[in-house]
Design a protein around this ligand. Structure first.
Ligand SMILES: [Zn+2]
Length: 212
């Protein structure tokens, strides 16, 4: 059976990085709803044109439309897939369930304080977009990019208050979602703390053990 993996993890959990690598190394197709939307809009597909109307009006693209895009994408694919960024809540999971059966839901757990630290201490270069972390990857000179000497800045939504609020919203919407997958016996919890390589091995092991 072709694997349909859903990767869940809070913003700042490192989920995006892990998703890319899992796909490269396990030969899965990455289905990122953000990318799907962008390419459908760019290619002017029927669903893309509908999505564009919502976006132009400053509205959220309805879930039905996003699910339609996923369905279209799945039709043309063979082999396993990994979904990143969808579903984000129980309603979306139920809609997804009508078009395809998820085989594993991997939930990447990272302590809230670690995520806050990662995000709040993040600085980016105004010139070349290089990303620093004040403790883990500090610039050589305060406030200056080590690569190009550009000025470093902090994104306005990277403050502790905003991040904690974002995490609270995330938790509230994903709890029913993890319960949904847990009730089906397909939820796998993975400790997302530590180095990228370490976390990656844990995810791969968890997926392999689940297959047995
Ligand atoms: Zn720079």
């Amino acid at each position: 059976m072709d694997e349909k993996i859903v990767l869940l993890g809070a913003p700042g959990s490192g989920k995006g990085t892990q998703a890319k690598r899992l796909c490269e190394e396990l030969g899965l197709t990455l289905i990122s709803t953000g990318d799907l939307l962008r390419s459908a809009v760019r290619d002017g597909t029927p669903l893309g044109l509908q999505a564009k109307e919502f976006m132009n009006a400053g509205k959220l693209v309805p879930d039905e439309l996003v699910v339609g895009l996923i369905e279209e994408k799945l039709k043309g694919l063979t082999g396993g897939v990994l979904l990143d960024g969808f579903p984000r809540n129980l309603e979306q999971a139920k809609m997804l369930d009508k078009i395809t059966k998820v085989t594993i839901a991997v939930d990447l757990n990272v302590d809230e304080d670690i995520i806050v630290d990662r995000i709040v201490k993040r600085r980016s270069c105004k010139e070349c977009n290089e990303v620093y972390h004040l403790d883990a990857k500090p610039p050589r000179a305060d406030g200056k990019c080590s690569k190009c000497g550009g000025e470093l800045y902090q994104r306005t939504d990277d403050t502790e208050e905003v991040v904690r609020n974002r995490l609270k919203v995330y938790k509230e919407s994903t709890l029913p979602l993890t319960k949904f997958y847990n009730d089906r016996g397909i939820l796998v919890e993975v400790n997302g703390r530590g180095e990228i390589d370490e976390v990656y091995s844990r995810i791969v092991d968890a997926v392999k053990n689940f297959r047995k």
